[in-house]
Ligand binder design. Structure first.
Ligand code: HAM
Length: 423
């Protein structure tokens, strides 16, 4: 029996870290006024075809698409923006603008698995729908920056570029095609195909020779309309005022067709080849393309697996206090069930190791990452006082000397509460 290539089971510390990041993102979303939305993991395939671009890698090579039993073409969502727009359109929420939404969950792309790249991965996706002013872009960038800081990601850099408006891109496209056509036969197969349909994507090619050719290509920033230029300058100026550092990266074009104006990626040196933690940008034309009105929007998505590789989740917020109870014999088993009930009601994790030799039970408790081991024998049964043997210190509980004497369950819980442990 095997698990599907490019998928991972999540448990123990990884799952704690996963939840920790989701919780931090949820808290931050509240502070910024983004409300959660959850859409199904499968959509009709046409939700993705045009919005992502028929020529994009995702649509061309990476989607999990299959006919269902009724013959409809279904796709497991490869990204979150198009489904959220579909949902706003079909639910009518699109008529109550602005819509500030975030979602998180599993996404699917048939890619070559490696560190930080899976076939089922998870994203937190944030969308600001119905706001055309550049301040929306700045707020989103600030959200992304705060999120990375909040979960202790070090060594990241914000790469920023503008794709301008459609007029800017049209002018640039003509010059770019003229330039690239001279090297047509030297370009990779993918780039040759894109030359006619989507030449901007060639700038994003991972092929070394393509990159060499592109290094001398005309630059989009030289073809920006005055309006696009001012829009981008305003964003750069605001980021500087907010002390959010960034670098301008003219070759950043992103892999999806729906972007215009601002595009950005936060990259980390901690990740290896898959170094993009978070990516996004403005997608003003998307909702119209999907059958709605002309509604400007901006958003970003970040890969949870990549955040997990790059972040340092503080131990104390991951570890709840865990107590292991150990009944001496059959006589104390019922008592242990009762004590466990009291402890759990206080919000502290408690497990009972019902049987086995004592040293083995202590070893097992250590393996379970428990903080306290509590032996319940006939003496404890009589006095109702217990030794809380410290197996692993809890960050919040400063005065560990307290546990060198026997305590009643109530005293233990009182102390835990007084130390502002979240119980
Ligand atoms: P994306 O750049 O395709 O953008 O993906 C966003 C993030 O998802 C990436 O930066 C990366 O962290 C993560 N990611 C993508 N593919 C994988 C994979 N195979 N394994 C692990 N992590 C992965 C989007 O998806 C856009 N919908 C973002 C957006 C939202 N733009 C506007 N709103």
């Amino acid at each position: 029996m095997r698990s599907v290539r490019g998928t991972k089971d999540l448990y123990d510390q990884d799952l704690d870290c996963f939840r920790y990041i989701c919780n931090q993102a949820q808290e931050l979303a509240k502070l910024y006024g983004f409300k959660e939305i959850q859409t199904p993991i499968m959509e009709y395939t046409d939700v993705f075809l045009k919005p992502l671009g028929e020529d994009s890698d995702i649509v061309g090579k990476e989607m999990y698409t299959f006919p269902d039993r009724g013959g409809e073409s279904i796709t497991l969502r490869p990204e979150g923006t198009a489904p959220v727009m579909r949902s706003l359109l079909t639910s009518g929420l699109i008529h109550q603008l602005p819509q500030k939404r975030f979602t998180y969950g599993p996404f699917f792309r048939y890619e070559r698995p490696q560190k930080g790249r899976q076939r089922q991965f998870h994203q937190i996706s944030v969308e600001y729908v119905g706001e055309k002013s550049y301040q929306a872009d700045v707020e989103l960038l600030s959200f992304a920056y705060d999120l990375l800081k909040k979960i202790n990601v070090h060594d990241f850099t914000l790469h920023l570029n503008t794709l301008g408006d459609s007029e800017s891109r049209k002018k640039f496209r003509e010059h770019l095609v003229d330039y690239l056509t001279q090297f047509k036969n030297d370009l990779s197969e993918d780039s040759q195909r894109r030359l006619a349909k989507n030449p901007l994507r060639i700038l994003d090619s991972k092929n070394e020779n393509d990159q060499k050719i592109c290094s001398s290509a005309p630059q989009l920033k030289d073809f920006l309309t005055e309006e696009s230029k001012i829009f981008f300058e305003n964003i750069c100026r605001s980021l500087t005022q907010l002390n959010i550092p960034f670098v301008e990266n003219p070759s950043l074009v992103r892999g999806l067709d729906y972007y215009c104006h601002t595009v950005f990626e936060f990259k980390s040196t901690a990740l290896g080849a898959q170094d993009t933690l978070l990516g996004g940008g403005r997608y003003d034309g998307l909702i119209k393309l999907m059958g709605g009105a002309d509604i400007p929007s901006v958003g970003f998505g970040c890969g949870l697996e990549r955040l997990m590789l790059a972040c340092q989740a503080p131990q104390e917020s991951l570890s709840e206090i865990k107590i292991i109870l150990c009944p001496e014999s059959e006589d104390q088993k019922m008592m242990c069930l009762k004590i466990a009930q009291t402890i759990r009601t206080s919000g502290i994790a408690c497990e009972i190791i019902h049987t086995g030799p004592l040293p083995k039970r202590i070893q097992l408790a250590e393996n379970m990452q428990a903080h306290f081991f509590c032996f319940v024998g006939s003496a404890e049964q009589d006095t109702q006082e217990f030794m809380f043997k410290v197996l692993k210190p809890v960050m919040h509980l400063y005065d560990l000397s307290l546990f060198s004497q026997k305590l009643s369950i109530e005293s233990f819980l009182k102390y835990a509460r007084s130390q502002k442990v979240d119980v």
